[in-house]
Write a protein that binds this ligand. Structure first.
Ligand code: PLP
Length: 408
């Protein structure tokens, strides 16, 4: 008899964004004449930078000629992309990361989910709350947690991000083996200082643990004091893996390209205490289960590292940050407190009450979709996330509607 992986039955029945979609669909069915503005899901709206479009076309042309045709590429990614990443994203910031420590993939979502496969099934997890749901759900699927009791899975050390700690979780008093951190944060938009990250690196060293550092929103950092990479912290090469994505950096959510950085010095241990190279383990896993990102897409990704490409990416991220600034100002002027939006495309609004009720109020009274914080974890209750990913016109219209609805 074929049997299922029963860990899947522990997962909460429905996914946050499908709940939102259902409520929006019901509203639209009941109010077909009203237009809804979506500041909910974190998907980009602006077209790809011009350099990427040109590179995509050029890459496709190369595939059309026998002399330049390419079949399977290196599973880890083409050297031209890995070298550009190492040089511009890391070495230029003083991080000693080499091109062969970079693995190109088709998305950070897959990378965040897949990486835990190379670690033992019974390790102790520390995961922030609120959080990008993929970190938790993939570990539930892998059987690393117990049941969901009152909205929390047993066996996880939750790292609370609250107004009291400025939404940057404190180091836990208990030990953990695998720690997830995400800065700039989704959903809160909070960023971590060098000192805060250094404390995590120190904790990981003391516990022989590994930090999975998700820097998907790195391109939105504007404060020069804020680190862009965990590898800016001394000693991080021995305790951290970093995830980066072209999705929010350059509008690749539909184009798909990302990468993971695993230093060759990073070690994890077997039951006898013998150290193993995490880089070698991941290389084995990645090349066994993945056959590379398409050539034109890697060309397009590499194009953002040219001088023109860097300018275009800056313009795109500045555009969304301009939206974020408007959202912050509008929310603050309505008397609500918020964080994020300065070095991140998300604004985390403290509503002071039930987050789904606030979501319904914005949907029904302003026809604006946000994301209820409760969907990101228990500490998300009392908050909503407003995304800056939309056109300027839509953001301005949405803010006018919100102001009108909330002042009533
Ligand atoms: N990590 C975080 C924190 C995200 O918010 C997202 C997407 O929203 C991802 C990773 C996934 O990125 P990708 O499009 O590369 O799969």
């Amino acid at each position: 008899m074929i049997r299922i992986n029963e860990n899947f039955t522990k997962l909460k029945a429905s996914y946050l964004f499908s709940d939102i979609a259902k409520r929006v669909a019901a509203f639209q069915q009941a109010n077909p004449d009203k237009s809804v503005i979506r500041l909910g899901i974190g998907d980009v709206t602006e077209p790809l930078p011009g350099v990427c479009i040109e590179a995509l076309h050029a890459g496709a042309d190369e595939l059309s000629r026998r002399e330049t045709f390419k079949g399977y590429g290196p599973e880890q990614g083409y050297a031209f992309l890995r070298e550009a990443v190492a040089k511009h994203d890391f070495q230029a910031r003083g991080c000693a990361i080499d091109a062969d420590e970079i693995f190109v993939s088709d998305g950070s979502k897959c990378d965040c989910g897949n990486i835990q496969e190379i670690f033992s099934g019974d390790l102790r997890l520390a995961i922030p709350d609120p959080v990008y749901p993929v970190y938790v759900d993939t570990n539930v699927m892998a059987g690393r947690t117990g049941a969901n009791v009152d909205g929390r899975y047993q066996g996880i050390t939750y790292l609370d991000s609250t107004p009291a700690n400025g939404y940057v979780p404190a180091i836990p008093s208990t030990s953990a083996d695998l720690i997830y951190l995400c800065f700039p944060n989704n959903p809160t938009g909070a960023v971590a200082t060098k000192a805060q990250l250094a404390a995590w690196v120190d904790y990981a060293k003391r516990n022989k643990a590994i930090i999975l550092f998700d820097a998907a929103y790195e391109a939105y950092i504007r404060d020069p004091q804020i680190p862009h990479s965990i590898f800016e912290i001394e000693g991080a090469r021995d305790v951290a893996i970093e995830f980066r994505s072209f999705s929010k950096t350059a509008g690749f959510t539909g184009t798909r390209c990302a990468f993971i950085v695993i230093p060759k010095t990073l070690k994890a241990y077997d039951t006898t205490g013998q150290a193993h190279s995490v880089h070698a383990l991941w290389n084995r896993r990645h090349s066994t289960k993945f056959n590379g990102v398409s050539y034109p897409v890697q060309k397009a990704a590499a194009a953002i590292y040219t001088e023109l490409g860097r300018r275009q990416v800056r313009e795109m991220t500045d555009y969304y940050l301009g939206n974020a600034k408007l959202i912050r100002e509008a929310v603050t002027s309505l008397g609500l407190s918020c964080v994020g939006g300065e070095n991140a495309p998300y604004i985390w609004v403290n509503t002071g009450g039930d987050s789904w009720a606030f979501f319904d109020r914005l949907l029904n009274d302003a026809q604006v979709v946000c994301t209820p914080g409760a969907g990101f974890g228990r500490c998300g209750e009392g908050h909503v996330r407003i995304s800056a990913f939309n056109s300027r016109d839509n953001v301005i219209a949405a803010l006018a509607r919100i102001a009108h609805a909330l002042k009533r």
